[in-house]
Design a binder for this molecule. Structure first.
Ligand SMILES: C[C@@H](C(=O)O)C(=O)SCCNC(=O)CCNC(=O)[C@H](O)C(C)(C)COP(=O)(O)OP(=O)(O)OC[C@H]1O[C@@H](n2cnc3c(N)ncnc32)[C@H](O)[C@@H]1OP(=O)(O)O
Length: 325
């Protein structure tokens, strides 16, 4: 019975993706809307059953503190025509390193994306040729007493970002270091400029990962490679990053507009089909990863499949006698 109840909750979360009026899934519904209400959070950054051993962070209070550390911004453009949103880190004088205010901005933009039902994909990038060089060291120096709180806030935002029903891509340009490399792991894919460098340099700064990358990297690459990248602090050039499986596509050396090329890569490879089904499939993968239970994931998969089977898109494709050449 208990298993069935759990499984139903999971399914209903994923099923929400299909309902335009609902907010999209987040591991335990900890959106910024709730954060703003000041409610104590059961947030997305730890499996619910383990939360008992943690003090739940008050994201609303943390938000108010972080907002005081000004500088830079995070901007969002949503294009309903091609279904691709662009999330831009903007602190160019400091290579788009993140201030507290930018963390709050990013949380708000992720909330907007959770309510965007026309979207298929998201590109995260930085202005002026760098993705991000981690925490803004001016902010870091003033917030040395506030590490765990900042981490909780970023964990919530980046988990919500990773679990959006949008296919997400980080455009790794210029210097993508420390927290910048961490941000890139909160996306499904990484596209890298041929002149970029990426490295988890935290250990060199006397830190472990602040923004959740140890967890995400281990899932992405496995234990051995995660330990290697995090403990060596090596900075990878594109060929090595591709070989390690950290990035998925290296942009051509001669490329006038890397954002446009990344958009084309997405449209060509991952966004060619129906928006709603693309969102469902992305959410299924999230539910499979989160559930940790094979049977729950299959249950969710079966229920959602039941909604696409016999639907208008399948019927249209059957009528068109599509051949997959
Ligand atoms: C949160 C935590 C975590 O994830 O756990 C972390 O992120 S730990 C990792 C935190 N990040 C870092 O330690 C990166 C420190 N920065 C660097 O290593 C370097 O700046 C490079 C990123 C390699 C770029 O060197 P390059 O010689 O090309 O340029 P540069 O050093 O003159 O940088 C240009 C301007 O950007 C600023 N700048 C660059 N990264 C910054 C950062 N993270 N915080 C504050 N300012 C930063 C520089 O101080 C400089 O400002 P001025 O022209 O005004 O001097």
């Amino acid at each position: 019975m208990a298993l069935m109840r759990k499984s139903n909750t999971l399914c209903s979360r994923v099923l929400k993706v299909l309902q335009p009026s609902s907010s999209v899934m987040s591991p335990c519904g900890a959106g910024a809307a709730q954060a703003l209400s000041g409610e104590q959070q059961t947030c997305g950054w730890a499996p619910a059953r383990k939360l008992h051993s943690f003090k739940r962070p008050n994201l609303h209070a943390i938000r108010n503190q972080l907002a005081r550390f000004e500088g830079g911004s995070v901007e969002l453009e949503m294009n309903n025509d091609n279904g691709i949103a662009i999330l831009t880190l903007n602190n160019p004088r400091r290579m788009n390193s993140m201030t507290g205010k930018m963390m709050v901005d990013m949380a708000d933009k992720v909330s907007e994306l959770e309510e965007w039902h026309e979207g298929k994909a998201l590109i995260m990038r930085g202005v002026d040729g760098n993705l991000c060089t981690g925490g803004d060291l001016t902010f870091v120096r003033k917030a040395l007493h506030y590490g765990e709180e900042m981490a909780a806030y970023q964990h919530d935002t980046l988990t919500r970002l990773l679990n959006l029903p949008l296919i997400s891509v980080a455009l790794v340009q210029g210097h993508t270091l420390g927290g910048g490399a961490e941000l890139s792991t909160a996306c499904d894919f990484r596209v890298m400029s041929s002149s970029a460098k990426i490295g988890f340099v935290q250990i060199k700064m006397g830190l472990s990962t602040a923004w959740g990358a140890a967890t995400r990297l281990t899932r992405l690459l496995g234990r051995r490679k995660a330990i290697d990248l995090l403990c060596s602090a090596k900075i990878l050039l594109p060929d090595a990053a591709l070989r390690e499986g950290l990035v998925d596509y290296v942009l051509p050396k001669i490329c006038d507009d890397e954002l446009a090329e990344t958009t084309n890569w997405l449209l060509r490879n991952l966004c060619a089909y129906d928006t709603n089904i693309t969102r469902v499939v992305k959410s299924l993968v999230v539910s499979a990863e989160l559930s940790m239970d094979h049977y729950q994931a299959l249950d969710a998969e079966r229920k959602l499949f039941g909604q696409t089977w016999g639907g208008p898109v399948q019927r249209k494709m059957l009528d068109a006698n599509v051949k997959h050449k």
